[in-house]
Design a protein. Sequence first.
Length: 255
Amino acid sequence: MLYHYCSKETFKSIIANRTIWLSDISKSNDSTELVSALLQAREKLQPSSTQFGKINELIEGIQTVLISWAFCMSEDGDLLSQWRGYANDGAGFSIGFDEGIMSINLEMIENTIGLELVKMNYGYEKAVDFDREEEILPLMSDCFHCKNAVFREEREHRLVAFNTKLDFFNVKFPSKLEYSKDCSYGCFKLDFGSNLVSHIELPLSLLGNPIREIVIGPKNKCSVIDVKSFLVSLGYISSLEDNALQIKKSIIPYV
Protein backbone atom coordinates (compact mmCIF):
# COMPACT_ATOMS: atom_id res chain seq x y z
CA MET A 1 0.00 0.00 0.00
CA LEU A 2 1.21 3.51 -0.83
CA TYR A 3 -0.13 6.53 1.03
CA HIS A 4 -0.77 10.10 -0.09
CA TYR A 5 -0.87 12.66 2.72
CA CYS A 6 -3.18 15.64 2.20
CA SER A 7 -5.37 18.28 3.79
CA LYS A 8 -9.09 17.80 4.46
CA GLU A 9 -9.87 19.92 1.41
CA THR A 10 -7.66 17.87 -0.89
CA PHE A 11 -9.02 14.63 0.56
CA LYS A 12 -12.58 15.75 -0.14
CA SER A 13 -11.63 16.76 -3.70
CA ILE A 14 -9.89 13.47 -4.48
CA ILE A 15 -12.73 11.36 -3.10
CA ALA A 16 -15.61 13.43 -4.49
CA ASN A 17 -14.13 13.97 -7.95
CA ARG A 18 -12.41 10.58 -8.17
CA THR A 19 -9.39 12.41 -9.53
CA ILE A 20 -5.81 13.00 -8.39
CA TRP A 21 -3.50 15.84 -9.36
CA LEU A 22 0.06 15.36 -10.53
CA SER A 23 1.79 18.66 -9.71
CA ASP A 24 4.89 20.31 -11.18
CA ILE A 25 7.63 18.69 -9.12
CA SER A 26 10.00 21.65 -9.51
CA LYS A 27 7.68 23.62 -7.20
CA SER A 28 8.11 21.11 -4.35
CA ASN A 29 9.85 21.65 -1.00
CA ASP A 30 13.09 20.11 -2.34
CA SER A 31 15.22 22.67 -4.18
CA THR A 32 17.33 19.88 -5.76
CA GLU A 33 14.45 18.04 -7.47
CA LEU A 34 15.53 16.25 -10.68
CA VAL A 35 19.17 17.27 -10.25
CA SER A 36 20.08 15.70 -6.89
CA ALA A 37 22.04 12.86 -8.53
CA LEU A 38 23.94 15.34 -10.71
CA LEU A 39 24.76 17.58 -7.76
CA GLN A 40 26.06 14.63 -5.76
CA ALA A 41 28.11 13.40 -8.73
CA ARG A 42 29.54 16.92 -9.12
CA GLU A 43 30.80 16.89 -5.53
CA LYS A 44 33.37 14.29 -6.57
CA LEU A 45 34.86 16.59 -9.24
CA GLN A 46 37.32 19.48 -9.17
CA PRO A 47 35.68 22.83 -10.11
CA SER A 48 38.44 23.45 -12.66
CA SER A 49 37.85 20.18 -14.53
CA THR A 50 36.11 20.01 -17.90
CA GLN A 51 33.74 17.39 -16.45
CA PHE A 52 32.61 19.91 -13.82
CA GLY A 53 31.57 22.26 -16.62
CA LYS A 54 29.74 19.48 -18.45
CA ILE A 55 27.72 18.56 -15.40
CA ASN A 56 26.74 22.21 -14.90
CA GLU A 57 25.44 22.25 -18.47
CA LEU A 58 23.39 19.12 -17.77
CA ILE A 59 21.92 20.66 -14.61
CA GLU A 60 20.97 23.85 -16.45
CA GLY A 61 19.49 21.85 -19.31
CA ILE A 62 17.28 19.76 -17.03
CA GLN A 63 16.07 22.75 -15.02
CA THR A 64 15.35 24.74 -18.19
CA VAL A 65 13.79 22.16 -20.50
CA LEU A 66 12.37 19.28 -18.51
CA ILE A 67 8.98 19.53 -16.82
CA SER A 68 7.69 16.67 -14.73
CA TRP A 69 4.53 16.21 -12.71
CA ALA A 70 4.21 13.86 -9.78
CA PHE A 71 1.69 12.48 -7.33
CA CYS A 72 3.75 11.61 -4.27
CA MET A 73 3.12 8.70 -1.92
CA SER A 74 4.86 7.07 1.02
CA GLU A 75 5.24 3.44 2.09
CA ASP A 76 4.22 4.53 5.61
CA GLY A 77 0.62 5.63 6.15
CA ASP A 78 1.06 6.97 9.67
CA LEU A 79 4.33 8.89 9.91
CA LEU A 80 4.58 12.04 12.04
CA SER A 81 6.89 13.95 9.69
CA GLN A 82 4.48 13.32 6.82
CA TRP A 83 1.48 14.45 8.86
CA ARG A 84 3.27 17.62 9.87
CA GLY A 85 4.66 18.43 6.44
CA TYR A 86 1.86 17.46 4.06
CA ALA A 87 -1.42 17.07 5.96
CA ASN A 88 -2.15 20.32 7.77
CA ASP A 89 0.10 19.49 10.70
CA GLY A 90 -1.80 16.26 11.35
CA ALA A 91 -5.32 17.58 10.76
CA GLY A 92 -5.69 15.94 7.33
CA PHE A 93 -5.75 12.41 5.96
CA SER A 94 -3.54 9.84 4.31
CA ILE A 95 -5.12 7.85 1.49
CA GLY A 96 -3.92 4.33 0.83
CA PHE A 97 -3.56 3.26 -2.80
CA ASP A 98 -3.10 -0.37 -3.82
CA GLU A 99 0.28 -0.43 -5.56
CA GLY A 100 -0.45 -3.70 -7.36
CA ILE A 101 -3.68 -2.46 -8.91
CA MET A 102 -2.02 0.76 -10.05
CA SER A 103 0.90 -1.12 -11.59
CA ILE A 104 -1.37 -3.47 -13.54
CA ASN A 105 -3.40 -0.59 -14.96
CA LEU A 106 -0.30 1.46 -15.76
CA GLU A 107 1.00 -1.43 -17.84
CA MET A 108 -2.26 -1.40 -19.78
CA ILE A 109 -2.09 2.33 -20.56
CA GLU A 110 1.70 2.80 -20.71
CA ASN A 111 1.83 3.37 -24.47
CA THR A 112 -1.18 5.66 -24.33
CA ILE A 113 -0.32 8.41 -21.86
CA GLY A 114 3.21 7.65 -20.66
CA LEU A 115 2.80 7.52 -16.88
CA GLU A 116 5.27 5.74 -14.59
CA LEU A 117 5.18 4.58 -10.98
CA VAL A 118 8.70 4.93 -9.58
CA LYS A 119 10.37 4.27 -6.23
CA MET A 120 12.71 7.02 -5.12
CA ASN A 121 16.33 6.39 -4.15
CA TYR A 122 18.14 8.48 -1.55
CA GLY A 123 21.73 9.56 -2.11
CA TYR A 124 23.92 8.88 -5.15
CA GLU A 125 27.23 7.07 -4.79
CA LYS A 126 28.11 6.08 -8.35
CA ALA A 127 31.28 7.45 -9.95
CA VAL A 128 30.60 8.85 -13.42
CA ASP A 129 33.03 9.63 -16.24
CA PHE A 130 31.40 12.62 -17.95
CA ASP A 131 33.66 12.21 -20.96
CA ARG A 132 31.89 8.93 -21.78
CA GLU A 133 28.36 9.30 -23.11
CA GLU A 134 27.49 5.70 -22.20
CA GLU A 135 27.92 6.66 -18.52
CA ILE A 136 26.02 9.95 -18.75
CA LEU A 137 22.78 8.46 -20.09
CA PRO A 138 22.21 6.10 -17.11
CA LEU A 139 22.90 9.03 -14.77
CA MET A 140 20.24 11.11 -16.50
CA SER A 141 17.76 8.30 -15.93
CA ASP A 142 18.82 8.07 -12.28
CA CYS A 143 17.97 11.76 -11.84
CA PHE A 144 14.27 10.95 -12.04
CA HIS A 145 14.52 8.46 -9.18
CA CYS A 146 16.97 10.18 -6.83
CA LYS A 147 16.45 12.56 -3.90
CA ASN A 148 18.73 14.01 -1.28
CA ALA A 149 19.37 11.55 1.57
CA VAL A 150 17.82 13.95 4.12
CA PHE A 151 14.41 12.89 2.77
CA ARG A 152 15.06 9.17 3.28
CA GLU A 153 12.42 8.81 6.02
CA GLU A 154 9.66 9.58 3.51
CA ARG A 155 10.21 6.26 1.63
CA GLU A 156 8.61 7.88 -1.37
CA HIS A 157 7.08 6.46 -4.51
CA ARG A 158 5.79 8.68 -7.31
CA LEU A 159 3.29 8.49 -10.07
CA VAL A 160 5.10 10.66 -12.58
CA ALA A 161 4.74 12.10 -16.08
CA PHE A 162 7.28 14.03 -18.17
CA ASN A 163 6.66 16.67 -20.84
CA THR A 164 8.93 14.72 -23.20
CA LYS A 165 6.45 11.83 -23.19
CA LEU A 166 3.13 13.70 -23.40
CA ASP A 167 1.84 14.41 -26.88
CA PHE A 168 0.18 17.70 -26.01
CA PHE A 169 3.61 19.25 -25.40
CA ASN A 170 4.44 18.80 -29.08
CA VAL A 171 2.04 21.65 -29.84
CA LYS A 172 1.57 25.12 -28.44
CA PHE A 173 -1.06 24.89 -25.71
CA PRO A 174 -3.30 27.54 -24.10
CA SER A 175 -3.44 28.19 -20.36
CA LYS A 176 -5.92 25.35 -19.98
CA LEU A 177 -5.99 22.32 -22.21
CA GLU A 178 -8.06 19.17 -22.15
CA TYR A 179 -6.24 16.32 -23.78
CA SER A 180 -8.12 13.19 -24.82
CA LYS A 181 -6.84 10.00 -26.34
CA ASP A 182 -8.89 7.79 -28.64
CA CYS A 183 -9.13 4.96 -26.12
CA SER A 184 -11.47 3.58 -23.51
CA TYR A 185 -9.54 4.93 -20.55
CA GLY A 186 -10.90 8.48 -20.60
CA CYS A 187 -8.92 11.72 -20.55
CA PHE A 188 -6.81 13.91 -18.36
CA LYS A 189 -6.25 17.66 -18.24
CA LEU A 190 -3.32 20.02 -17.97
CA ASP A 191 -4.27 23.10 -15.98
CA PHE A 192 -2.67 26.02 -14.17
CA GLY A 193 -3.62 27.27 -10.72
CA SER A 194 -3.72 30.90 -9.65
CA ASN A 195 0.04 30.87 -8.95
CA LEU A 196 0.81 29.33 -12.37
CA VAL A 197 1.88 25.96 -11.00
CA SER A 198 0.76 23.43 -13.57
CA HIS A 199 -0.85 20.13 -12.71
CA ILE A 200 -2.31 17.16 -14.51
CA GLU A 201 -5.74 15.93 -13.47
CA LEU A 202 -5.85 12.14 -13.65
CA PRO A 203 -9.08 10.14 -13.16
CA LEU A 204 -8.72 7.30 -10.69
CA SER A 205 -10.50 5.07 -13.18
CA LEU A 206 -7.30 5.07 -15.25
CA LEU A 207 -5.55 3.46 -12.29
CA GLY A 208 -8.23 0.86 -11.59
CA ASN A 209 -9.83 2.87 -8.74
CA PRO A 210 -7.06 1.79 -6.33
CA ILE A 211 -8.10 3.49 -3.05
CA ARG A 212 -8.21 0.81 -0.35
CA GLU A 213 -7.48 2.58 2.94
CA ILE A 214 -7.96 5.92 4.67
CA VAL A 215 -6.06 7.03 7.77
CA ILE A 216 -7.48 9.93 9.80
CA GLY A 217 -4.76 12.28 11.01
CA PRO A 218 -3.86 12.61 14.70
CA LYS A 219 -5.27 16.16 14.91
CA ASN A 220 -8.23 15.44 12.63
CA LYS A 221 -11.55 15.67 14.52
CA CYS A 222 -13.39 13.47 12.02
CA SER A 223 -14.52 10.08 13.28
CA VAL A 224 -14.44 6.78 11.43
CA ILE A 225 -18.24 7.02 11.15
CA ASP A 226 -17.93 10.51 9.60
CA VAL A 227 -15.59 9.21 6.91
CA LYS A 228 -17.68 6.10 6.27
CA SER A 229 -20.83 8.20 5.89
CA PHE A 230 -19.03 10.39 3.34
CA LEU A 231 -17.92 7.32 1.40
CA VAL A 232 -21.44 5.83 1.47
CA SER A 233 -22.87 9.10 0.09
CA LEU A 234 -20.49 8.85 -2.88
CA GLY A 235 -20.95 5.14 -3.54
CA TYR A 236 -17.50 3.94 -2.46
CA ILE A 237 -19.06 1.56 0.05
CA SER A 238 -22.64 0.32 0.30
CA SER A 239 -23.24 0.87 4.02
CA LEU A 240 -21.55 1.73 7.31
CA GLU A 241 -20.99 -2.01 7.81
CA ASP A 242 -19.20 -2.36 4.46
CA ASN A 243 -15.46 -2.83 5.06
CA ALA A 244 -14.35 -2.79 1.42
CA LEU A 245 -12.25 0.25 2.38
CA GLN A 246 -10.37 0.24 5.65
CA ILE A 247 -10.78 3.43 7.66
CA LYS A 248 -8.79 3.97 10.85
CA LYS A 249 -7.45 6.67 13.13
CA SER A 250 -3.76 7.50 13.42
CA ILE A 251 -2.11 5.90 16.43
CA ILE A 252 0.34 8.82 16.85
CA PRO A 253 -0.31 10.82 20.06
CA TYR A 254 0.21 14.21 18.43
CA VAL A 255 -2.18 17.00 19.48
